[in-house]
Ligand binder design. Structure first.
Ligand code: PLP
Length: 461
């Protein structure tokens, strides 16, 4: 971080402290020599990390927080507010309500109830907890939650925790929920809630929300949208028409999860749950004899399952939204568009590579994957692991994912033409989340090619 960051933070801290200057002094413990020595060790130990903030890190879903978020978080931490109740975080609770309203507005929700959470998993847990209370037969037997086989793995775990039956729906050739299978299941009447993923974790596929909403004309079920990863892409102007149609249907969903700590430039943990019908707030009703005394206004703990939550998260998100509002064609939206353009371009380049195989479809968002050309999926998987390691030696950090072979053209594997379409192959995978990735594509490609040549150079193709 440049020196100006810390200079500004010192000034801001002074302003904040002025608000409490009338109190008798109570100095905080100082960072003496032993503390400084420990912190030196901390700094050294933290070097044992991938360079997540650098564009050559193009592996998992990791995006550096914006400096304004970092500064706002650090400033708020000197108060360390707790957004469970207004007793613990008055200003930060007000900021949370505004920040959550900005997310609801981005999705064009006419009304909403929502709050921040520690992350996507907990936000999804709340959505399915509400779904479970509303989705049961007349005799109280819980009905099922359904999600595609590409949905985040936590949905089946969360359903287990909540004691709800869970059904995995196969995905189609493009990794989207198979609507024929979904409809057949809806006909049986056992499904209460369909989890629709807008931006799957492995490949960024987008379930056809618009078509699933249309099924509500024939069948009664709730829709929960897991847009933990992809939600912000609703602002992007360069989605395919099919992806756009899915995002435009978000206001019809009963609940939506979006993670500002993924694409929203926030530090961990900052997730968000939004409900379209504020009346679900009644389901949270609980008694807490030791909180909620300071105000008759809504305490966020009255509408959330978690108790203590970092108010600093809300402050950081609020500040970031002031600087980079969620407007189509604004700077924040353009950052997302860059990542998508980068993913499309890299997919194009890889389709011409002698070393690699691309899937039959281009990326829907900014996540792409590709396999290594080889006689069998097993050989391809082993080579992907080697190229992953060779790339890391060249400071290019990718990810790996085991994915169905049916995502690739038939006859991709000369020596096993009858490969079971349900079988999997380990692929290289890249999440191009940083706007700068677009400018770094040449560097990424060169290092990837060098890693491929180092791995495959001597192997007859
Ligand atoms: C689509 C989706 N849903 C949920 C989650 C879980 O979110 P978190 O890791 O914030 O708990 C993820 C994480 O990658 C995700 O991609």
């Amino acid at each position: 971080m440049p020196d100006e960051f810390f200079k500004l933070l010192t000034e801001l801290q002074r302003t904040l402290d002025e608000g409490f200057a009338h109190l008798p002094p109570n100095p905080a413990p100082s960072l003496d020599k032993p503390a400084a020595k420990i912190l030196q060790k901390v700094a050294t130990r933290l070097q044992d990390n991938y360079p997540y903030a650098h564009p050559l890190y193009a592996g998992q879903m990791l995006k550096p927080p914006h400096p304004i978020a970092r500064a706002a978080y650090a400033l708020a931490m000197s108060i360390n507010p707790n957004n469970h109740a207004l007793d613990g975080g008055r200003a930060s609770s007000a900021m949370e309500i505004e920040a959550v309203a900005a997310l609801a507005k981005m999705f064009s929700l006419p009304r909403h109830l929502g709050h921040l959470s520690s992350g996507g998993t907990f936000a999804n847990l709340e959505a399915l907890w509400v779904a479970g209370q509303l989705g049961h037969t007349d005799d109280g037997t819980p009905m099922a939650i359904a999600a595609s086989d590409q949905a985040h793995y936590t949905h089946s775990r969360i359903s287990g925790v909540l004691g709800l039956p869970f059904i995995s729906i196969p995905s189609d050739q493009h990794g989207r929920m198979d609507l024929k299978v979904l409809e057949a299941l809806l006909q049986t009447g056992i499904i209460a809630t369909v989890v629709v993923t807008l931006g799957t974790t492995a490949i960024g596929s987008v379930d056809p929300l618009d078509k699933i909403v249309a099924l509500q004309k024939k069948y009664k079920f709730r829709i929960h949208v897991d847009a933990a990863y992809g939600g912000y892409f609703t602002l992007a102007q360069n989605l395919s028409p099919e992806t756009r149609a899915a995002f435009d249907a978000i206001p019809h969903a009963d609940s939506i999860v979006i993670d500002p700590h993924k694409h929203g430039l926030q530090p961990y943990g900052c997730g968000c749950i939004l409900f379209r019908d504020p009346a679900v707030g009644r389901l949270y009703k609980h008694d807490s004899p030791y909180t909620y005394f300071s105000s008759k206004d809504l305490h966020l703990g009255e509408i959330s399952l978690e108790c203590s939550r970092a108010g600093a998260s809300a402050v950081a998100l609020w500040a970031t939204q002031q600087l980079l509002p969620y407007t189509p064609r604004g700077a924040f939206a353009k950052g997302l568009e860059s990542g998508r353009t980068a993913a499309l371009k890299l997919h194009q380049r890889l389709s011409k590579s002698p070393h690699f195989l691309v899937p039959t479809f281009p990326p829907q968002l900014d996540i792409l994957f590709w396999a290594v050309r080889a006689p069998t999926p097993e050989a391809s998987s082993a080579l992907a692991q080697q190229i992953f390691d060779e790339a890391a030696k060249r400071d290019l950090h990718l990810a790996l994912a085991r994915l169905p072979v049916r995502f690739f053209p038939q006859n991709s594997w000369q020596n096993s033409p009858k490969t079971d379409p349900q079988s999997t192959v380990t692929c290289l995978r890249s999440v191009l989340m940083k706007p700068e990735h677009l400018l770094w594509l040449d560097h990424l490609s060169q290092r990837l090619d060098a890693a491929a040549v180092a791995t495959l150079g001597s192997i007859p193709r």
